[in-house]
Ligand binder design. Structure first.
Ligand code: ADP
Ligand code: MG
Length: 344
């Protein structure tokens, strides 16, 4: 009898992680939170250690045709710092592992590390080790990060309560639009190598894609304002996907308002006019914005309502399967997100 073979595509990324998760039994009481949040939470007695890792693979996460190695190094650190911020913690150390083919020179590695060092300085994080190996094909960068948070300050994906207000920082959809621009310019260049890419007018969007910045500032400011989010996640896969994560883990539903989703004007015009894609779709499903999505108790709304970079986009309710977008016309449409089919 032939052995059963299931394609990974049938489960999807989240289905696969869920399958691994179900088979894991935590044996140590110090393993407070394992799989399922932005970082694992380790109980050190007087405080919590936050521990997370993220891997970037050439051809999957980045295209070296348009990704400067400095930016790539910086981004590899930023995406990890972002996961610590999403737990309301502060990042302190990273390990960096790289796999390289002989296509890369010492100067290329120097460029990659100059971005890593710049990010370390920016976030006040120390590079304390890693691993180096050869690779037959592309470049792979894996960063692991350690952070810390006081026990009463940690924020999970699971704490959202009905009537909480849903907040998002910055603006969304620019990183995805930036990627569309870079891919378009690459095609132009490939068809005519004498053409120089005209990226100046797209600096913001391209920058959002190539060199995202983790919102450690928001973690600090929320603390200053005396606001502890009830749930938090960073936006790596898109607003819709992250709303599902918070909803599922908190056993609640959400309602968000299309006209409240923060969009940058340039991004709006570029997505709509040049790429004929709905800017709201870029925000909901584009991903890689690395902004923070969090919920707060409605009693904290006054404290943040004047913050220029925090936007209230909707609220939490008690029907766990109801994830709705209220359109500008006032219609309620179910939110959808890639990777969540198994959840329906
Ligand atoms: P994020 O987007 O915040 O980096 P992911 O979607 O990558 O989070 O991962 C979600 C959760 O699943 C995290 O807790 C992560 O540690 C865990 N996870 C992801 N891949 C694996 C794996 N191969 N084995 C064990 N845990 C995993
Ligand atoms: Mg995350």
């Amino acid at each position: 009898m032939a052995e059963k073979r299931t394609e990974i595509g049938e489960l999807g990324e989240f289905g696969l992680i869920e399958r691994i998760h179900q088979q894991v039994k935590l044996a140590n009481t110090s393993s407070l939170k394992g799989i399922g949040d932005d970082a694992a939470v380790i109980d050190l007695g007087n405080e919590y250690l936050l521990w997370s890792t993220d891997l970037l693979a050439e051809g999957i996460h980045f295209d070296l045709a348009f990704t400067p190695l400095q930016h790539l190094g910086h981004k590899a650190v930023s995406v990890n710092v972002s996961d610590i911020a999403a737990m309301n913690g502060k990042a302190e150390q990273i390990l960096v592992s790289i796999a390289l083919s002989n296509r890369f020179s010492v100067e290329a590695v120097d460029a990659l590390y100059s971005g890593i060092y710049a990010a370390c300085e920016q976030y006040n994080v120390d590079l304390v080790g890693g691993d180096t190996t050869a690779s037959r094909a592309g470049l792979i960068i894996s960063v692991s990060i350690l952070g810390r948070v006081a026990k009463d300050k940690v924020v999970y994906r699971s704490g959202a309560k009905p009537n909480d207000i849903i907040c998002v920082t910055g603006d969304l959809g620019a990183a995805y639009t930036g990627l569309q621009i870079l891919e378009r310019e690459k095609e132009v260049f490939l068809s005519n190598p004498n053409m120089q890419p005209g990226l100046e007018k797209y600096q913001y969007m391209v920058g959002r894609q190539l060199r995202p910045i983790a919102r450690t500032d928001i973690v600090f400011e929320l603390e200053e304002m005396g606001v502890k989010p009830t749930a938090m996640i960073d936006i790596s896969d898109g607003l819709a996907s992250e709303l599902f994560h918070i909803g599922k883990n908190s056993n609640v539903g959400v309602r968000i308002f299309e006209d409240k989703i923060p969009l940058d004007a340039e991004t709006y015009n570029t997505a709509a006019l040049e790429f004929k894609i709905d800017p709201v779709t870029c925000a909901l499903n584009g991903g890689e914005d690395y902004e923070l999505l969090f919920t707060i108790s409605s009693s904290d709304a006054d404290k943040i309502k004047n913050h220029p970079d925090v936007h209230m986009i909707g609220y939490v309710h008690d029907k766990p399967k109801e994830f709705l977008l209220i359109t500008k016309q006032g219609n309620a449409v179910p939110l959808t997100a890639q990777g969540w089919d198994h959840f329906r």
